[in-house]
Design a protein around this ligand. Sequence first.
Ligand SMILES: [Mg+2]
Length: 120
Amino acid sequence: MTNNIQNDLYRELEKTRDINQIQNYIKNVIEVRGFSKQSSQDNMLLLTEEVGELAKAIRKENTLLGVDCDKMYNYDSVESEIADVFIILNNICNCLNINLYECVMKKEKININRVWSKNK
Ligand SMILES: [Mg+2]
């Protein structure tokens, strides 16, 4: 039953590249999966975990640093971990009633007037 609902939501999502609709999809699908009662603090823990997984995936795929070969099957791809981070970030936005698109636009309005320089 919940898989049917999730498949319906996914088919709707395939029709768009609109970030507001993506954020709304994540809200709906998290509810179907039974995780909508998680607090923003719980989701912050999950986000931190996923950021760590992303770091591991980048280390595995894009650096010369060694990895534990016995655990290779545990490591997901960079793309998959980026998706996890994005999904949980959206979920935190939903928990806090924050529109991700609007807050990015507000912040970028500030950022474009900043002067970026590197330490010499
Ligand atoms: Mg992950």
